[in-house]
Design a protein around this ligand. Structure first.
Ligand code: TMP
Length: 654
């Protein structure tokens, strides 16, 4: 929530959802007033219908148009339609408006889902998804309270302000206007969210291509081994959920004997559990593999339904509803995150509209089918030895719904099996090991590297030796420029960028491919040279240098750094003949480099080992081997970039 853009996005959703829920109540009442209970039925159908017709097309549209503009336009249109409802009499306009409203919502939803990853870092996606779902469902209970208080507000306004006189006893109109305001609010929020324009912004909609995209989306869902079981799990669960809502009223009355308010309590507990589940999903996802979590949540929710069907009183039903809600919340949020992770950005819109279609279809089947099934089964009583077992249709059907959800949960476990099979079939190749020799000029790195690479090869390792700068053909050209004694005017930043340029080519061309193939890479210098020479000795700053190096290497770090320590004077003496541009640097430069290395070693003992380079070649070699044998297999290190260079480096690992 500290992210400004996410907060705006969240508020847009929460406020417009509140409006939506208020709108649903108002619309139902408007429908009843205009055409009785048949009107309510027709309006509800009109709301669900676009899910099938518009749902799949919406995704294609969303992947093609600019997502931000799509959302704003949809919000404005929804606001205008809602605003107009009280003014146009008759049922047909109400039906038409319902279809249009829902169609716009179906475009808005996938556009929102597909934009989310643009400003939420991948690691926070589940949190963001949980919050998004909360924003959508959280206002649900609030909406009925708001609606109830609107009646009072309408009376208040009508009594005090003459032009609001018409509002007397007409809270429905007020509710619709409030609803329309929430859409305006959402449009404003979305318009100030910083969101990169989607890639396909400027392309016009071409229907043949759209058709192909739609087929791609459906094929993706059908063929993707993991997405399909999740979708099946979601579908069955929503059929069951639809069933619970349509059976709930009768069940609470017939079986629990608790009336309308009992039903209110039951949905209240269910909703509370669901919100808790949505919130807990991210935390649980850290401990349990997401696909395992998803399937378990669905199976547990299904078992909860079976238990609910069996209880005989409201006080037993309420905690059960709470648990079912919790599992449902965890399952929904986790399933949603799984889908996000499995879908590439380009296909996201399409996949999510497929998900919404399935959810709507599920709810429709559940809502429509189950009361009919309950009626067909009828109420029965079975005489048992211990007494009479009461089997009203609503109880039997609730059990059926539970079984259906259980089936969905069990089917969704296939995704886990497929993932495990995939992991077993293609074991990840063992990644190689990356060792770097560092040291001031003339410390004997090259000699030690050659000896060490020979030792590794003799021990059966596949070794690649390389160097910086100049490990690649491009790098050799860069090296020429860098070390040319003529280039005395080179700016420090130019120098730093050239070393980084050499490094990025080096990583891409040599180091990464070798590591990926499981080889051991031994490099003469790497990022720590830049940190010591450019960051500390030249004074450009460690953070800046690490920043460009990290960008250049994709964050690659050595597993082990061996620093050959030698006093600067001996080093320069050993370096011999023609000093290069860096070696010519006077004014205590080499001393600063030596000091810098020790400071780095002191800060990062988990990856840096300091060796006394003034000893004999054989002695140092024995040390190199000993350190390698001790360190190999240890946890890969992390880089600590020290803020400032300590005047006297503390103890260093040797
Ligand atoms: P070398 O091949 O003899 O080690 O020479 C490379 C020179 O480049 C050496 O003086 C150290 C310097 N250098 C940097 O200043 N920054 C770096 O990032 C690297 C890799 C080397």
């Amino acid at each position: 929530m500290r992210d400004r853009d996410f907060l705006r996005f969240f508020l847009a959703q929460a406020v417009s959802s509140l409006g939506d829920w208020i709108g649903v109540i108002a619309l139902a009442i408007l429908a009843k007033d205009r055409a009785g209970y048949a009107g309510v039925g027709l309006v509800m159908t009109a709301r669900v219908l676009p899910g099938f017709l518009v749902g799949p097309v919406a995704g294609v549209v969303v992947d093609r148009w600019d997502r931000k503009k799509t959302m704003i336009i949809a919000d404005v249109m929804r606001g205008v339609i809602v605003l107009s409802l009280p003014f146009v009499p008759g049922l047909p306009y109400l039906l038409f408006a319902s279809v249009l409203l829902e169609s716009l919502t179906l475009v808005w939803g996938p556009a929102k889902d597909a934009s989310l990853p643009h400003f939420v870092p991948a690691g926070h996606l589940q949190h963001a998804n949980s919050l998004t779902l909360m924003a959508v469902y959280g206002p649900w209970p609030v909406a009925s309270i708001v609606f109830a208080s609107l009646a009072t507000l309408a009376a208040f306004l009508a009594a005090r302000i003459p032009i609001f006189g018409a509002l007397e006893g007409n809270e429905v109109s007020l509710a619709l206007w409030v609803d329309s305001l929430t859409f305006a609010f959402s449009a404003v929020m979305i318009s100030i969210v910083a969101m990169p324009a989607s890639q396909r912004t400027a392309r016009p909609l071409d229907w043949t291509e759209a058709k192909r995209d739609l087929i791609d989306g459906l094929l993706f869902v059908r063929d993707h081994k993991q997405v399909r079981p999740w979708l099946v799990g979601i579908a069955f669960t929503f059929v069951a959920a639809g069933g619970v809502f349509s059976l709930g009223v009768v069940f609470v009355e017939q079986v629990l004997g608790a009336g309308d308010r009992g039903f209110g309590f039951l949905t209240g507990f269910f909703g509370t559990g669901m919100i808790a589940g949505l919130l807990a999903a991210a935390a649980l996802g850290r401990w349990i593999q997401r696909d395992v979590l998803f399937s378990s949540a669905v199976v547990l929710a299904a078992l909860g339904l079976l238990v609910l069907g069996g209880v005989g009183s409201l006080d037993q039903a309420l905690p059960t509803a709470l648990i079912i809600g919790f599992c449902g919340g965890v399952g929904y949020s986790t399933g949603y995150t799984l889908m996000h992770q499995a879908t590439s950005d380009e296909l996201k819109g399409r996949t999510f509209s497929a998900v919404y279609t399935v959810i709507r279809l599920g709810i429709l089947v559940g809502l429509g089918l189950f009361p009919f099934v309950a009626g067909a089964i009828g109420d029965h009583e079975i005489s048992l030895a211990g007494g009479v077992l009461d089997l009203p249709g609503s109880r039997t059907t609730l059990w059926l719904a539970g079984l259906l959800a259980l089936g969905g949960g069990v089917l969704s476990t296939r995704a886990i099996r497929d993932r495990r099979a995939g992991e077993a079939a293609a074991p990840r190749p063992k990644r190689g090991y990356f060792i770097v020799f560092e040291g001031g000029d003339g410390a004997g790195k090259t000699t030690q590297m050659t000896a060490f690479a020979g030792w590794l090869r003799a021990h059966g390792e596949d070794v690649v030796t390389t160097k910086e700068p100049g490990g690649t053909a491009i790098g050799r050209r860069i090296r020429e420029v860098l070390l040319d004694p003529e280039q005395l005017g080179m700016d420090a930043r130019t120098e730093a960028l050239l070393y980084a340029a050499d490094r990025s080519q080096h990583v891409a061309e040599i180091i990464e491919p070798a590591l990926a193939a499981g080889k051991t890479v031994v490099s003469d210098r790497f990022v720590d040279s830049s940190l010591a020479y450019q960051g500390l000795a030249r004074g450009l700053g460690l953070e800046a240098i690490y920043g460009i190096s990290e960008w250049a290497t994709g964050g690659l770090l050595p597993d082990l750094v061996l620093y050959m320590e030698i006093d600067a004077a001996t080093g320069l003496e050993r370096a011999g003949a023609e000093p290069d541009r860096i070696e010519r640097e006077g004014g205590g430069f080499q001393e600063r480099v030596a000091h810098a290395y020790l400071a780095l070693a002191h800060e990062s003992p988990n990856r840096f080992v300091v060796l006394d380079g003034s000893r004999s070649v054989a002695e140092v070699h024995a040390d190199v081997v000993a350190v390698y044998e001790r360190r190999r297999g240890a946890e890969p290190p992390t880089l600590v970039v020290p803020g400032e260079l300590a005047p006297e480096p503390g103890p260093v690992p040797r």
